[in-house]
Design a binder for this molecule. Structure first.
Ligand code: SF4
Length: 244
C-alpha cells in the first residue's frame, strides 16, 4: 500500500469507530497491566469474567500481594495458564512495590523487566494507559497487516516496526485498536468477511470472500455440476459395448 492508501485505510476504520479502545476491563494502569498479562492466549471476554470480581477487591499491587498467590490462582482459574499467570502477577506486583513505589512504569524497558511482561504487553500498557503511540502486534494485527499488505512481515517485531514507519497522524495513537477490532470482527482468521469490509478495495488479499448467499449459490451450482458429471460417467459406462 502506498502512503495515500494507508491514510485512506485508517480514515475509513476511524470513520466506522471514532473512539476505539481495548475490550479488557480495568480501573487504572495497574489493573490494565494485570488484565493484559492474564490475556495471553486467552480471550478478553474470558479475562473480564475472572477480573470483574477480582478488581472489586484488588486495585493496587499492595492489595494483590496481600491477597496472595493461592487466592489469586483461585480467582483466575478459568483462564488458561492460570498457575504461571498467578505466579507472575504476584511477582510483578512485588517488583512494582519494591522498585517503582507501587506505580506502573512509563517506559518499555522498565515494563519488560517485570515478570510475565513482554513487548506486546508493554506496548498495550504504554498505549492504553499512558497514550503513547505504540503498536502492540497480536495475532489479529499480524494477520491483518500481512493479508492487506499494510505492513507485511515474517514475525510480529517486523510488522510492528513497519507499522511504526507506515501509520500516519492522526491515526497513530489508535491504530492498534482499529487493527485488532478489524481482525477480530471482520478480517477473521478462518473466513475474512470481505463482503462487508470497509477497506476491501485497498486490501491486496485474494480471493475476496463472497457474501454468504453467493457462496451458498456457488456451492449448490458446484454440487449440481458434480452430480451431472457422475451421471454422465454412469451413462457412458452403461453404453460401453461388452467385449466378446
Ligand atoms: S478485504 Fe477481506 S482480507 Fe482484506 S481486510 Fe477486508 S476482510 Fe480482510
Amino acid at each position: 500500500m502506498n502512503r495515500d492508501q494507508v491514510f485512506e485505510f485508517f480514515r475509513r476504520l476511524a470513520e466506522e469507530n471514532p473512539s476505539p479502545t481495548t475490550e479488557l476491563e480495568y480501573d487504572n494502569a495497574y489493573t490494565l497491566l494485570v488484565a493484559v498479562v492474564l490475556s495471553a492466549q486467552a480471550t478478553d471476554a474470558g479475562v473480564n469474567i475472572a477480573t470483574k470480581p477480582l478488581f472489586e477487591r484488588v486495585k493496587t499491587p499492595e492489595q494483590m500481594v496481600a491477597l496472595g498467590e493461592e487466592q489469586l490462582r483461585d480467582a483466575i482459574k478459568t483462564i488458561g495458564l492460570f498457575n504461571t499467570k498467578a505466579r507472575n502477577v504476584i511477582a510483578l506486583s512485588e517488583d512494582l512495590i519494591r522498585d517503582h513505589q507501587g506505580q506502573v512504569p512509563h517506559t518499555r524497558e522498565e515494563l519488560e523487566k517485570l515478570p510475565g511482561v513482554g513487548r506486546k504487553t508493554a506496548n498495550v500498557v504504554l498505549n492504553t494507559a499512558f497514550s503513547q503511540e505504540t503498536f502492540a502486534v497480536d495475532t489479529h494485527i499480524f494477520r491483518v497487516c500481512n493479508r492487506t499488505g499494510l505492513a507485511p512481515g515474517k514475525d510480529v517485531l517486523r510488522v510492528e516496526l513497519k507499522l511504526e514507519k507506515a501509520v500516519p497522524q492522526p491515526f497513530r495513537l489508535n491504530a492498534h485498536h482499529w487493527l485488532i477490532l478489524h481482525g477480530r470482527y471482520i478480517c477473521k482468521a478462518r473466513l475474512p468477511e470481505c463482503w462487508r469490509c470497509p477497506v476491501i478495495d485497498l486490501c491486496r488479499y485474494k480471493p475476496k470472500t463472497l457474501p454468504p448467499e453467493e457462496r451458498a449459490k456457488a456451492r449448490s451450482s458446484a454440487a449440481r455440476s458434480a452430480s451431472r458429471g457422475k451421471s454422465a460417467v454412469r451413462t457412458a459406462t452403461a453404453r460401453k459395448p461388452r467385449t466378446p
